[in-house]
Design a protein around this ligand. Structure first.
Ligand code: PCA
Length: 196
């Protein structure tokens, strides 16, 4: 069996839950061709990626998929690209608040995800759930994590991807989009099933 290391973030920005970890922690232990290792990572610049790398060093995964919350989105969104830019409107969970800073000076401006984002988005919609590709992972900790991992694994067989998920219904203010936890879990499962 192949091995998928899949991560969710801890709550941040005053929230008490993060749907990414709520969903990831409830995924089955095997999905399709993959056995899953699930870990929670901190919403802290650089430390999140380092936590993934430490876990990956112990149990070499074929694919790393990080999942994060994107409040206000109305779909489960595989991310196409990470950019070499950190700029935070609010501090992370360690009080870091970079503004307009390169993540890795000298690295490329952007790096494409190495998982099949089109197939993943299509699999989510085929499961009857809202799914679409996103062309920006933002400039906060999620983008930082994806960028650092893509850079680390560039030129290796390890594939790296990121999926942003909407708020849970209890997090969304009135009128804001959200998605029930079971639907987020089903969408992630559908996306994992098309990994090869
Ligand atoms: N979402 C944030 C960081 C942690 C999370 O779940 C982001 O989109 O950057």
């Amino acid at each position: 069996m192949k091995h998928l290391l899949i991560t969710g973030f801890d709550p941040f920005g005053g929230d008490t839950v993060n749907p990414s970890w709520e969903a990831v922690s409830r995924l089955p232990d095997t999905v399709g061709d993959y056995r899953l290792t699930k870990i929670q990572i901190p919403t802290v610049f650089a430390v999140a990626a380092d936590t993934v790398l430490t876990a990956a060093a112990q149990d070499s995964p074929d694919v790393i998929l990080c999942v994060g919350q994107a409040g206000g989105r109305d779909a489960v969104t595989p991310e196409r690209i990470a950019i070499n830019m950190a700029s935070a409107k609010k501090p992370d969970n360690a009080g870091n608040q970079p503004v307009e800073m390169p993540i890795l000076p000298g690295a490329p401006d952007g790096m494409f995800s190495t998982v099949p984002v089109c197939a993943m988005a299509e699999a989510i919609t085929a499961a009857g759930l809202p799914g679409k590709i996103s062309n920006t992972a933002g400039t906060f900790v999620c983008n930082d994590t994806l960028f650092r991992l893509l850079r680390h694994y560039a030129g290796t067989p390890v594939r790296v991807g990121f999926v942003h998920v909407p708020w849970l219904p209890e997090q969304a203010t009135e009128g804001a989009p959200s998605m029930p936890l079971d639907d987020i879990i089903a969408a992630l499962t559908a996306a994992i099933e098309v990994l090869r």
